[in-house]
Structure formats: C-alpha cells, structure tokens
Design a protein around this ligand. Structure first.
Ligand code: DGL
Length: 270
C-alpha cells in the first residue's frame, strides 16, 4: 500500500499547499487534516497551538505517512522543531520555503511579511530570512481579519477588496518589491491583494516552494510514489464538513477533476 504525505492546517489554508503538491506530484497520495472546528489558530497562545498541532500529528500518524507537512505558518512557527525531534519521519513547515522564495524574488532587499498575530509575534520569518541573507530588511504586519474571511467562504464577495485594503494599509507607503503571504490562507485572497498592492509588488506564496521541497526530500530518500494507479486521497476536517468540502472543491478546481478524494470528519483532542 502506498504511504501518504500528511498535510495539516488550522482549516482550509493548507489546501493552497495540497493543490500545489497535487500538481507537482500527481502520483502521491495525500492525507489532509483541516482543524476547522478550532480555527483560527493565529490569535491563540503558542502553547495551545503547539498542543493542537501535536494532537493532529498523532491522529495523522495512524495512517503511517512518509512525511508530515505543517502547512500552517502559525503552527510551523511554534511546533516545527519539536515535531521534527519527536518523529522519525521528515517533518517540514512552510516558513523556510516562503523565505527562500522571497530571497530569490527581491531586488530591493526589502521584504514584506504578512501573517497571523502568532506568526508575526514569533519572528519566525525574520529569523528565516536573515539566516539566508543577513542584510535583508524585513517589514512585518499581522492581518488578523483575513483568515476568518477565508474560512467563512465569503472571500469572493465584492467587499473583500475593501477589507484587504484596510488590512494592508500600513504597508502601502513602504517601498517593497515582494510581499510574503505568511499564512497559507492568504493565497485565497490573491486577486484582491494584487489589486491593492499594485503591479510592482510580487506576492509570494510558500505553496510552490514547499511542494518542491517535498519532491526533493522524497527523491533523495527514494520514496517518491511509483504507481500506475491514481491515488485516493483522504481529506479530514473537524468542523462544518459541507463548508470545508465546498471551499476545497472550488479552490482545487482543475486539480480536483483528476483526483479522487474521500471526505471525512474527525475530532481530535477530545
Ligand atoms: N493558515 C494558517 C497559517 O498559515 C493559520 C491561520 C489561522 O488559523 O489563524 O498561519
């Protein structure tokens, strides 16, 4: 039986990473957990986010994954190192891939980062960026209003651009050429964000670089899937299953048509 790649997030945000993995590694089986019953994580204390992450990982480990992908910046910031030490399979997060993509992209040596309160407060991006390029200037901003907008499914409404503009306002007067979407929910808002920041600022999602990292690690471990059969993915959510399903199907679009997904609900930590 094929061992899956396990992906987790506080809700639908990790689907931005899952979609990219489906595109780059179409033979891989995914097992996804979105903790929609307890989202958002961004305003919760670090200790609680750490506990929730552990609970989800323990749930996912039942399915014997070959790798864990913490597709949530907030959880990556507080729980990546501990999870790496606790498990004997590769565990990756989304902060370093996002930082790498930004360093590749910036020409002005000034990088903006937006994320949840937890991610920004942790300083994880600043550390990751300066580890790669010590002279980089980092401007960080917490945008707590954006995740609830995505989880509500109302991110295509006409008022969305106004909410995004309000959230990004402090950054608009700063000379940036690239802005890291330091929350996996934010690519859902790519269109209004582009309209707000204008054509001179590149928006960096960590999804693409994270999928590439997964591919590289599995290749080096000789663990890439080789099968003639299309994988059957399992997607779990802990809250409103219908809402999760509708947002996921809409987001996955074309990728979805070539995939078989079994949708389930599961509660963890009760
Ligand atoms: N998508 C998550 C992140 O990347 C968490 C959002 C939240 O639950 O606040 O940080």
């Amino acid at each position: 039986m094929q061992q899956p790649i396990a992906i987790l997030d506080s809700g639908v945000g990790g689907l931005t990473v899952a979609k990219e993995v489906m595109r780059q590694l179409p033979q891989e089986k995914l097992i996804y957990f979105g903790d929609t019953a307890r989202t958002p994580y961004g305003s919760r204390p670090a200790q609680e986010v750490g506990l929730f992450t552990r609970q989800i990982i323990d749930f996912l480990m039942q399915y014997k994954p070959k790798m864990i992908v913490i597709a949530c910046n907030t959880a990556t910031a507080v729980a990546l190192e501990e999870s790496k030490q606790r498990l004997n399979i590769p565990v990756i997060g989304v902060v370093h891939p996002g930082a790498r993509a930004a360093i590749k992209s910036t020409r002005k040596n000034v990088v903006g980062v937006i994320g949840t309160e937890g991610t920004i407060k942790s300083g994880a991006y600043e550390r990751a960026l300066k580890q790669i390029s010590p002279s980089i200037n980092v401007i960080s901003l917490a945008c707590p209003t954006l995740v609830p907008l995505v989880e509500s499914g109302l991110f295509k409404d006409s008022q969305v651009t106004a909410t995004v503009a309000e959230a990004l306002k402090p950054l608009l007067s700063i000379e940036l050429d690239c802005l890291i979407l330091g929350c996996t929910h934010y690519p859902f808002l790519m269109k209004p964000m582009k309209a707000v920041v204008g054509p001179n600022v590149r928006l960096i999602s960590s999804a693409d670089e994270t999928a590439r990292e997964i591919s590289t690690i599995l290749y080096h471990r000789s663990q890439l899937a080789h099968t003639a059969d299309a994988p059957v993915h399992q997607f779990f959510s802990s809250g409103d299953a219908q809402k999760f399903h509708d947002i996921a199907v809409d987001w996955l679009g074309e990728e979805m048509k070539q995939q078989t997904i079994v949708w389930q609900t599961a509660a963890v930590g009760e």
